[in-house]
Write a protein that binds this ligand. Structure first.
Ligand code: AMP
Ligand code: MG
Length: 329
């Protein structure tokens, strides 16, 4: 199968729609990362997603809906705060987990009782959702365990020959996956941190918990128990208080005739001096937006990516650190 990358036009949207309605799967842009899309009621198509990615069969998918789609068709809204959260932060990088009504196929929710739903803000993605006129389920469009794609070319590099079409919606602005929040209980619970932060959720709901995952837990968001996001090169991760170790490791690679790169914020670069850098930017939003981009750039040019942690785990930094630990830790 040849894989084509097409810019978003009326023609490519209608082509994507045809492929999806005939049970195919495609690469689609969103504002977080690129998704590998199938119609959510089509169990055969959904199985293809798991096959193509090599995704563990107990890791469910997110249902993406058009902004005018009636959520009540898919899920039971048990708590008013869930509606308020969507009103405040959607369309956008917020996924809410509800009790499912079973419209979306079992394969997409791994036989579970809940369904994760998101309203993406990416204009091209909204156009596709409108054309298809049905929920689209999608995980990130990378091979399982690899770094998530934030350009159409990244999707191509992982899935060339396995899917017919990738809609090119440019570089994803958000750059890390959506915040996943369980809204089935009295208090919202963050299952996966992201750009919609605990602090932002607390503005709407007052209380918000963060689920702590252990490898041994029967976790509510199974995705977080797997190794994830890894670039195809060696990696190391240090705290900002360990910059002497960063330099030491860097030098040892140089001496061995290898190419080390340091992945860090602009601020940390100032403390390190003259080295090869993969620079993430100045503030949290910029750093999130550049994280996968720089990891995927790095795996092409570096023998090792030596990453430096964020200064704290508040706000967006929590989501960044969650990915950094899994990708480079
Ligand atoms: P990905 O798009 O690859 O980041 O995968 C989707 C993420 O959403 C994974 O971390 C899943 O575990 C999570 N997710 C999807 N559906 C559910 C659900 N019903 N309950 C909890 N987490 C979910
Ligand atoms: Mg993923």
């Amino acid at each position: 199968m040849t894989t084509r990358i097409e810019p978003i036009t009326e023609k490519s949207i209608s082509e994507a729609k045809e492929i999806l309605l005939q049970g195919g799967i495609i690469g689609m842009p969103t504002e977080t990362v690129y998704g590998l899309a199938a119609v959510g009621t089509d169990s055969v198509a959904v199985k293809k997603i798991y096959e193509v990615k090599g995704r563990p069969s107990d890791n469910p998918l997110i249902a993406h809906i058009h902004k005018d789609y009636d959520l009540n068709k898919l899920v039971y809204i048990d708590n008013d705060y869930a509606t308020e959260l969507f009103r405040a932060y959607s369309p956008g990088p917020l996924t809410l987990v509800f009790r499912s009504k079973g419209v979306i196929c079992r394969e997409a929710v791994c036989g579970g009782e809940t369904l994760a739903v998101r309203i993406p803000s990416h204009e091209g993605c909204q156009r596709l959702l409108k054309a298809v006129d049905a929920p689209i389920v999608a995980p990130s469009a990378n091979l399982s365990k690899h770094t998530s794609p934030v350009t159409a070319m990244h999707v191509y590099n992982d899935l060339n020959g396995k899917i017919p079409l990738i809609l090119d919606g440019g570089k994803c602005s958000g750059g890390i996956e959506s915040t996943v929040v369980d809204v089935t209980g009295d208090v919202p619970r963050i299952l996966r941190a992201g750009l919609i932060t605990k602090e932002m959720i607390e503005k709407i709901t007052e209380k918000c918990e963060i689920a702590r995952h252990k490898e041994t837990d029967k976790v509510r968001s199974p995705g977080v128990k797997y190794r994830h996001y890894r670039p195809n090169c060696e990696t190391a991760l240090f705290k900002e208080s360990e910059l002497d170790k960063v330099k030491e490791l860097y030098e040892s690679y140089l001496k061995a005739g290898k190419k080390p790169f340091v992945l860090c914020s602009d601020r940390v670069k100032e403390k390190l001096g003259d080295m090869n850098f993969l620079l993430l930017g100045k503030n949290e939003e910029e750093i999130a937006s550049n994280l996968y981009l720089k990891l995927l750039e790095g795996e092409k040019i570096a023998d090792i990516i030596i990453a430096v942690e964020m200064p704290d785990e508040k706000g967006v930094n929590l989501g960044i650190m969650n990915r950094l630990r899994k990708s480079c830790g």
